[in-house]
Design a protein around this ligand. Structure first.
Ligand code: UD1
Length: 355
């Protein structure tokens, strides 16, 4: 059986790593890895391949940045000729980025079977580009691997046949479980003993000048209480530059380039709290038991709120301050690790595919 994996953006890399590894241990499976080139900076891509021991991509489509239409279209054009040439038995796509939906569209029209890893997540917010990518990909996929039960319910509600849906757990946690011992031994230079960790890159936070300004002011004010460590996503850095804003960087507001996986995991384990708008970080903090405050109105990962350490504060800066105050005072909500987030999700996927 020939399986082709498609990845393109940073959050895909921690998901493909364990699935590729699990399939490599099966007899009769040949694998090929395609990188679309959606993320291309060394610290957004190459360093993840090294740290997660992912084999070098067999093909890089080199699409780079662009509008959603341009990026998606270029991936489709490049990927279509590749699929026609190689005719894989199954294409695996990951998460909700533009590379995911582009590859799914190509395969659906060429009659190639699609497996979607991290299927069924819904924020019920169609202003998010990722939500459109999730909806379309799940309608086209033949095998839908979900991380939690809400995913199964969403898919069934949307009319996806039950036989196609497999509740396998969270593959991102597989990578975390494997590398946590390494992260615990890793020293990250230039960060204080105690700190709050911040990441921001969602269009809803950083593309709107007023929101971005408000959030940056909030970070400056939070850093007066406890130092803030902020690895800045390229999109966010670009927006800050476009607006001519400057951040009062210094000892208490430490600005870093995006961190490699192991360093970022080390930072999460050591932080007093995390403030983020990322998807994956809501899950990782839930696993680690670190309080997470999410600056979004909704989440496609509701188990991180109902079972985990996550709290949504939307764009309400007062609520952000209030929640931070609460967790810094040691008032922690009860939390647990969701079922099947046990480091074995990829093995379950590999078993299902090979059967
Ligand atoms: C993408 C995903 C998002 C994911 C995020 C994680 C989509 C629709 N969005 O958003 O779901 O959470 O990745 O990082 O697919 N850039 C660089 N260097 C890079 C990559 C990007 O400078 O290596 C710049 C680009 O010039 C672009 C901006 O960052 O202007 C955004 O990149 P893009 O891939 O469009 O989306 P992300 O915001 O990263």
């Amino acid at each position: 059986m020939q399986i082709l994996h498609v990845v393109g953006a940073r959050p895909n890399f921690m998901k493909v790593a364990p699935v590729h590894r699990a399939l490599a241990s099966k007899n009769g499976v040949a694998q090929m890895l395609v990188h679309t080139g959606q993320h291309y900076d060394v610290n957004m891509s190459d360093v993840f391949f090294q740290q997660l021991s992912i084999p070098a991509p067999d093909v890089n489509l080199g699409v780079g940045s662009g509008s959603h239409a341009k990026q998606t279209a270029e991936i489709m054009i490049g990927f279509e000729s590749l699929v026609n040439e190689r005719r894989p038995d199954l294409v695996l796509v990951y998460g909700d980025v533009n590379s995911t939906v582009a590859a799914a569209l190509v395969c659906a029209k060429l009659g190639i079977r699609i497996g979607h890893v991290e299927a069924g997540l819904r924020a019920f917010d169609r202003t998010m580009p990722e939500e459109i990518n999730r909806l379309v990909t799940d309608q086209l996929a033949d095998l839908l691997f979900t991380p939690s039960e809400d995913g199964d319910q969403n898919l069934e509600r949307e009319g996806v046949a039950k036989e196609k849906i497999f509740l396998v757990g969270n593959v991102m946690i597989d990578t975390l479980v494997r590398l946590l011992p390494v992260a615990k031994q890793t020293k990250v230079e230039g960060v204080p003993e105690e700190f709050i960790l911040v990441t921001l890159h969602r269009p809803s936070n950083v593309d709107d000048p007023a929101s971005l300004r408000e959030l940056l002011d909030a970070l400056a004010s939070i850093s007066k209480k406890l130092p803030v460590v902020f690895p800045v996503h390229p999109r966010t850095r670009q927006r800050i530059r476009d607006l001519g804003l400057t951040l009062p960087a210094g000892d208490r507001l430490v600005l870093l380039d995006p961190r490699p996986y192991i360093d970022f995991l080390a930072l999460q384990t050591r932080s007093r709290a995390v403030v983020t708008d990322s998807g994956g970080i809501q899950e990782e903090t839930t696993y680690l038991g670190v309080p997470c405050i999410t600056t979004r109105e909704n989440t496609e990962r509701p188990v991180t709120v109902t079972q985990g350490t996550n709290v949504l504060v939307g764009h309400d800066i007062k609520a952000l301050h209030r929640e931070l105050e609460r967790v810094l005072n040691g008032d922690r909500k009860p939390h647990r690790i969701p079922p099947l987030w046990d480091g074995k999700a990829s093995e379950r996927i590999a078993d299902i595919i090979t059967k």
